[in-house]
Design a protein around this ligand. Structure first.
Ligand code: ADP
Length: 548
């Protein structure tokens, strides 16, 4: 055996910020702060303050692999922690502040966090959980001395800017095994109790390389990126790592995620691309449409987390000239799995010819492998029609949950290779474009036939009077389950059950048309902005469908 004679350099998250400092030192990081103002500095400043914070962590006696929690919006201080914590060998544990206080305390105890950094918005949560978090030694408020809460019940409350100010910026990032844990995120628990996913330096850097590729997020030093997707959920889809790798300017929206605030920031900072879940874009589009506005610099946006309704994709492209990049992933995949970029052959097609491809979740990003299997575990054809359980593998795909929760999640193929079952049901077409038809728990099983809830929702969303739609299974004496469409109307819009059901005719087979429509004021959303269908199913469990 002959080994290659190349340098051995462990992949390390600290290398990203060192690189950005040296090669893109003056590229800006602009943040709308909880304090209400706009803060701006650059990668050089970010690196300096991350080094000061790394020294501060040492001063707090934070050791290798200690878990450091954050409850914070997208902002420069949060980004400093991304590098200070992971770069110094500790584990950055981002917690979703939209979870219930009880769940947050449960997660902090399960992860055995030693410090918790938080934005002032979340002081009430900290006050509620502090008495229940068994391992947390101190709570760091991410503000300066002047903004510190005057009186607080929180034990060992520390000021972030005091920590920075009292420490030197002389710090050498340590080298360690690239498989060392760097960060962790709990699954949002849309379909079960939260489980910890523990990323490594290696998995993060490989994911960052792949995410930056032209057929993935396609980011460069010429971009201004505004991540709406939160840094508290799956590392904002990797953007806080990709931006320093490529030297992109980054714009952080802080707590203001409404359409008006986002639009103003897009325009003021000349944002070229963004990323977020469909519900966020709904708010933005509503604002832009109501005020007859245009995007002057926005070229494209990544939409994922839930299926992007085709109507949204078309509105962005046709009305505003913004290209939508539909992407799919999950917490267990760091999160990117596929992105829907076109191939050369699509470039000669009319929009109507290429849209069906663009509506799909896309092709795998190099590094990820996928397959679809039937009930017997056998491979299904890539014909764009057969659908089955989607399995993935790759160097940034989870092998096991933190502390082994849930047992061994992987399955083996005939050759003994291990695969992670995603819990999604999908098709794959001959060009390798994957399309999620459903989460396995959301599929509607009508008399042995499967109805895709996503298909039904997409059609409902294409009706101009529909603001939001969820399709769930309702019990049926004959068919076992039948689709029930739960709908929120647009403000002041009129829409009847009959009108909406007529809208389905000719778009799907007759037996796939929902049996009924229930109009509601709102649909419950989870902590990451996804519709909570489990809650809806509970709400409508005794619903009587009309009998034909
Ligand atoms: P959780 O599973 O805890 O809700 P994740 O953010 O990890 O949180 O969600 C991953 C799941 O979200 C995927 O397995 C898939 O069901 C869904 N998902 C993500 N992106 C898309 C997309 N573009 N289209 C449809 N579903 C998506």
């Amino acid at each position: 055996m002959l080994h290659g004679l190349m340098m051995q350099m462990p992949l390390a998250i600290s290398s990203l910020i060192r690189h950005a400092d040296r090669h893109h030192g003056d590229a800006e990081i602009v943040s709308r702060r909880v304090e209400g103002d706009i803060h701006r500095y650059n990668y050089r400043d970010l690196h300096r303050r991350a080094r000061q914070m790394a020294n501060a962590l040492k001063g707090l006696d934070v050791k290798l692999s200690d878990r450091i929690a954050t409850l914070a919006w997208n902002g420069y201080r949060h980004m400093e922690l991304y590098f200070a914590v992971s770069g110094s060998g500790a584990v950055l544990h981002t917690i979703n502040p939209r979870l219930h206080a009880e769940q947050i305390a449960w997660i902090a105890n399960h992860a055995e966090d030693s410090y918790l950094f938080f934005d002032l918005t979340f002081l009430p949560i900290i006050e509620a959980i502090a008495g229940h978090c068994r391992t947390i030694k101190g709570y760091v408020a991410m503000v300066d001395r002047a903004k510190m809460p005057a009186q607080s019940k929180v034990p060992n409350l520390i000021c972030y800017e005091d920590l920075i100010d009292s420490h030197s910026d002389r710090y050498d990032w340590p080298e360690f095994d690239e498989n060392l844990a760097s960060s962790m995120c709990y699954t949002s628990g849309t379909t079960g109790s939260p489980k910890g996913v523990l990323y490594s330096h290696r998995s993060t850097i490989l994911h960052t390389y792949a995410a930056a590729l032209p057929d993935a997020l396609n980011l460069s030093a010429r971009d201004v990126i505004l991540p709406v997707v939160p840094m508290f959920h799956v590392n904002a889809w990797g953007l806080p790592y990709v931006a320093p790798m490529v030297g992109a300017k980054i714009v952080m929206p802080g707590p203001n995620l409404d359409g008006k605030s986002l639009y103003e920031l897009f325009e003021a900072e000349k944002v070229t691309c963004s990323a977020g879940v469909p519900t966020v874009w709904q708010g933005l589009l509503a604002h832009v449409e109501a005020n007859n506005l245009r995007f002057s610099t926005m070229k494209r946006t990544v939409i994922g987390g839930s299926a992007c309704p085709p109507a949204m994709l078309r509105t962005f492209e046709e009305k505003y000239g913004v290209q939508v990049l539909h992407a799919w992933g999950m917490t267990e995949m760091s999160p990117l799995g596929t992105a829907c970029t076109l191939k050369e052959k699509h470039m000669h097609m009319s929009p109507e010819q290429r849209y069906p491809t663009q509506y799909k979740q896309g092709r795998v990003i190099y590094g990820v492998d996928m397959r679809i299997v039937g009930d017997d575990g056998g491979d299904l054809p890539w014909d764009g029609k057969a659908f089955g359980d989607l399995l993935v593998r790759g160097p940034w795909v989870l092998r096991q949950y933190y502390k082994g929760e849930g047992g061994d999640p992987l399955v083996k193929d005939a050759e003994g290779r291990t695969w992670f079952p995603t819990g999604d049901v999908s098709t794959i077409d001959p060009d390798g474009y994957m399309q999620i038809t459903d989460r396995s728990k959301d599929v509607i099983k009508s008399g042995g036939e499967w109805i895709s809830s996503i298909d039904i929702e997409n059609i409902a969303m294409s009706h101009p009077a529909v603001a939001m739609a969820a399709c769930i299974a309702a019990k049926h004496p004959k068919w076992d389950e039948r689709p029930l469409l739960v709908v929120v109307r647009k403000p002041n819009a009129e829409l009847t059950r009959e009108q909406l059901l007529a809208h389905f005719e000719g778009k799907v087979a007759k037996w796939q048309i929902p049996d009924d429509v229930a109009f509601v004021e709102s649909i419950p959303l989870g902590a990451t902005g996804k519709m909570l269908k489990a809650k809806l199913r509970e709400q409508f469990k005794d619903y009587k469908l009309p009998t034909a």
